[in-house]
Every structure is written in C-alpha cells, then in structure tokens.
Design a protein. Structure first.
Length: 388
C-alpha cells in the first residue's frame, strides 16, 4: 500500500510526541523520523529520504526558514511549516514552504485531534503536489478517537497525555546526558597537523560541496584576501545556476570570481566555479595552471563531479594543493580527496555539527581522506594558516 514517509521537526519534544501520536492514526502516513533541530533533521533526511516534512520555525542553532533556504535548492522536500506564531508566514512561503499552519493555542485532546486532521490533509496535499500520479485521497482523513475506535474516558485521556509527557521528559534527560558526555573536545586548527606549509606561489585550493554548499562555500571564500592562491570550486548545480552563483560570490568576496570556461588561466586572487553540466579539471603547461571545462558522463552521480576535480588536482598539483570537502549528500569527492591526500596535499573536511547534510564529508572522513575535520567557521582560517 502506498504510504507517505513523513519527517516531523520541532524543538518541543512534548509537541512532537503528542502530534505524532495523532498523525499515526492516518493509515496513509508513516512517520520515518522525528527531530528537534535542523542538524538532526538533515541526518534523517539523508538516511530515510522522507516524502514530506513538517517544520517548526523557532528552533535552536538554525531556524526553520534558514534551513529551508539551504536545503530546498539542492534537495527538494515538500515542507509544511507548523509554527506557534503567524509572524513569519510570508518569509516561510518565500523560502519554499508549501503550506503554513499555526499550532493550536490550547493542547487539549480535542484541539490536537482537530489540528492533526488539518495537518494530515496538508501532508497529503503536499505529497500529491510532488507525486501527481498518486491515488492518495487528500480529503478523507480518518483520525480515530483511539486505536480501538472507542471513545476514551476523561481519565484515559489524562493518562495518555501523562504517558507522552513522561516519555518526553525521558528523552530530554537522555539528550542532556549525551551533551554532557560529549561537550569536551578540542577545536581543530592549522597547528594541530604536522603537515608542512605550502608555498603561496605554487598552491592550488580546491573546494567541493553539494546540499547546503552554496552558503557553506560563501562562508569560507569570503574570508580569503585578494592575494590568496587560485581557488577552484565544484558545487553541484545545474547549467545556468553556476553562472549566477559565481556572480553572487563575486559580489561578496575580496577575490575575483567567475564561472569556468575551457582554457581559463589560474592566477592568485581568482576563484573559478565549475560550470553546470561540465566537469572541471585542473591542467598545467609551461605557462602554469589552467582549467578544462568540458561536458562528460556523470561521475559519482554528478556532472560536474567533485571527484573529477579532486583527482585532477592530485595528479597535477600533488603536494602543492589544499582540498576541502564541505556539506553534501552522497559520497562524491571522497575518493578524489583521498587521492589528493595520498599525493601529499593537505585536506580538510567539514564536521557533522555544522554541515546541512553530513554525507560527503562523512564518507571522506571514513575512508581516511580528511587530515583535519573542522567546523565551517574555522575552515578558512585553517586553509590560510597552511600557506607559507
């Protein structure tokens, strides 16, 4: 039977548990995950590939609107905003939400049941909009009084809410203990590696990213000064969008940024963004470094491919290169970065906590391609600190 895979994202454990209890009464909806923040949500998205997501606006670390702006351009999921306030309704729609529902002011059994019925209809509509061939009914939502279809007494209602509250408190306790056990750690920096520094005059910097990468890359390269060695970038984007993205970076960076054209020469102060539907490769002749930008078959599921770029850097620049792999879904770039490291290059991977999707950097870390794993806000300093 066709079922909708749903991800519920809300920072209130109690609200998540209560709402999920009611949604589960809809036989067409299967809750595949529940998350308390955007960073937990991105891991569930990677693992479970939900069809629809409900998302709160006010959340710790990264709010719902910012999360949508980062996620949807790279990985589209029909998203319904479920918020306690109407204040940001317009910004949610502008960020790509398909619907906006206000949470009930009261959280009684009847209020939550009515709200869940409305939300289930919205979930079905959202799914149908992305799967027009689906035969799922968007109107007939059988939200039951209870599993047995009998009307519960007032005492049983209280008992049900008490059970959910107790479970929520248990989850809070578990999360608090986890944070306590993991809060002590050493922040990485350039001084934590014994890798020799690289001459600025010889260096090539290669950056690869996918889902969430448009923001992540900008948060790295905008800190590079004008005399930074040449930078080449592959960000998974279709043709046309890479030119607009390069123009956007050019407005926010001290370095000059352009979309790749076949044969472009590299020089300090220049960033080249791989063109959509064209593989970007580093080349070298007697005059110095230049790039090849040509259409080809997908590699690691993509064109442009981060693997293709990193592999060319490993062959051409060897130990005179720095490679960084940022947020993204899948494993494109992991093998190429490993080749770079084996060739003597210095390699960095974005950490889980600051990645929108910890897929590509995770795979690179697991295969031994990453020399230093670091939060996004430290990566620019680490790269610059490796230059002699």
């Amino acid at each position: 039977m066709e079922r909708i895979k749903l991800l519920v994202v809300d920072d209130s454990i109690l609200f998540r548990e209560v709402l999920s209890r009611f949604i589960q009464q809809d036989d067409m909806i299967d809750i595949v995950g529940k998350a308390g923040d955007a960073y937990s949500a991105r891991d569930i998205i990677l693992q479970c590939e939900p069809d629809v997501m409900t998302l709160d606006v006010e959340m710790p670390r990264l709010d719902g609107v910012a999360f949508l702006k980062r996620l949807l351009p790279q990985y589209y999921i029909p998203t319904i905003i479920v918020s306690g306030s109407n204040e940001r309704r317009n910004s949610c729609k502008e960020a790509g939400a398909v619907e906006f529902l206000k949470k009930p002011a009261a959280r009684t059994n009847n209020d939550m049941k009515a709200f869940a019925a409305e939300l289930c209809k919205a979930i079905r509509r959202a799914y149908k909009s992305n799967h027009p061939e689906s035969k799922i009914d968007v109107n007939n939502i059988p939200i039951k009084e209870s599993v047995s279809n009998s009307r519960p007494s007032d005492n049983s209602k209280v008992q049900n809410i008490s059970e959910i509250t107790a479970r929520a408190e248990e989850l809070v306790s578990q999360q608090t203990q986890f944070i306590h056990n993991n809060q002590e750690h050493t922040e990485p920096n350039a001084s934590t590696t014994k890798h020799p520094k690289i001459k600025k005059s010889d260096c090539i910097i290669a950056l690869g990213a996918s889902t969430g990468g448009t923001e992540a890359l900008e948060n790295v390269v905008r800190f590079f000064p004008e005399d930074t060695p040449p930078v080449i970038i592959v960000q998974h984007m279709p043709a046309g969008f890479t030119k607009m993205y390069a123009e956007r970076l050019n407005r926010s960076c001290k370095m000059r940024v352009k979309e790749a054209k076949d044969g472009d020469r590299l020089e300090k102060g220049l960033i080249i963004v791989g063109a959509g539907d064209n593989h970007l490769r580093l080349c070298k002749d007697l005059k110095g470094y230049y790039v090849s930008s040509k259409h080809g078959e997908k590699v690691s599921g993509h064109c442009p491919s981060v693997d293709v770029m990193f592999e060319s850097v490993a062959k051409v620049a060897g130990s005179s290169a720095i490679g960084a792999i940022l947020t993204g879904m899948g494993r494109d770039g992991a093998d190429g970065l490993l080749q770079m490291r084996k060739a003597g290059a210095f390699t960095v991977g974005q950490d889980k906590e600051t990645s929108v999707v910890y897929g590509m950097p995770m795979e690179a870390y697991k295969c031994g391609a990453v020399e230093i794993q670091a939060p996004l806000y430290k990566i620019a300093d680490i790269i610059l600190g490796m230059l002699n």
